[in-house]
Design a protein around this ligand. Structure first.
Ligand code: 13P
Ligand code: ZN
Length: 275
């Protein structure tokens, strides 16, 4: 059942759980995530990195995601992740995205606001809500992580851009952590109270369970998992017997591995049973 980003994050914020957002790359990761959401009666977000739309593969994946969502009895959204600019945004909208993220977080505040505002206006024209990012959430490989999102800046950013959800920097990063991160839960709470909209936690792979739960209690309504979707899939692929040649049969176990991973995170966020 196709829903938009705002419908899913608003419901999660109201009811105190987190919507899991899984980065998908191929038919098998889509199938694994869909099977998990169906079994646990959970709302779910299928998201696709901007790069895939920039390189032209997003358009192949989009119909697979939309068909999975059409068959699902649970609310689900198809979201562009870390949209890099107009090209990716336009392509994702045309491909049927029901949520768009614009990531101008490396730009100075004024420019971030202007860029985001423009994308919100474009997307609003076709009824698609937008996620913005304030405070840059970088990579676990970065030498110096950016500073935490400031509360007053977040309030101004939300008021001026009209985003439906806000990705905040509270200590996470994308990729495999060398050591477990320590999140600034207090900051998330302050931003949530002051800005009043659902917040998004990026870099969910490898964040300890207790911190994920605390983040959800503090106002995080969407949690992104990318790296560990890939790892669950790849670890399984490398373990499958080379005697299996037919790809549909070869992929059965990797799909199950993604499903198991997604089920674990759905339960962690308390999203099970909320469809
Ligand atoms: P991870 O790859 O660290 O889980 O981060 C995912 C993410 O934030 C996608 O936007
Ligand atoms: Zn991210």
């Amino acid at each position: 059942m196709l829903c938009n980003l705002k419908e899913l994050v608003d419901a999660a914020k109201k009811e105190g759980y987190g919507v899991p957002a899984f980065n998908v790359y191929n038919l098998e990761t889509v199938m694994g995530v869909a099977a998990a959401a169906k079994e646990l009666k959970a709302p779910v977000i299928f998201q696709v990195y901007s790069r895939l739309f920039e390189q032209g593969t997003g358009e192949y994946l989009a119909p697979v995601i939309l068909e999975a969502i059409r068959r699902l009895p649970v609310p689900a959204a198809f979201h562009l992740d870390h949209g890099s600019g107009e090209l990716a945004v336009m392509r994702a909208l045309r491909a049927g995205a029901s949520g768009i993220m614009i990531d101008a977080s490396l730009k100075p505040l004024e420019e971030n606001i202007q860029t985001t505002k423009q994308v919100v206006a474009q997307c609003d024209a076709v009824g698609v809500p937008v996620e913005g990012e304030l405070g840059h959430i970088g990579s676990t490989k970065d030498a110096n992580p950016s500073s935490f999102t400031e509360v007053e800046e977040a309030v101004r950013y939300v008021e001026e851009t009209g985003v439906a959800a806000l990705a905040v920097m509270i200590g996470t990063a994308h990729g495999k952590y060398k050591q477990a991160p320590s999140l600034n839960i207090g900051r998330a709470e302050e931003i949530s109270r002051a800005a009043g909209i659902p917040l998004v936690l990026h870099g969910g792979s490898g964040v300890p369970d207790d911190q994920v739960r605390a983040a959800v209690r503090a106002g995080i309504a969407k949690v992104n998992f990318g790296t560990d979707v890939c790892c669950s899939f790849l670890d399984s692929v490398f373990g499958v017997s080379r005697d299996i040649i037919a790809l549909d049969l070869f992929m059965k176990e990797p799909v199950e591995a993604v499903k198991r991973f997604a089920m674990e995170k759905i339960r962690l966020l308390g999203a099970d049973g909320h469809a």
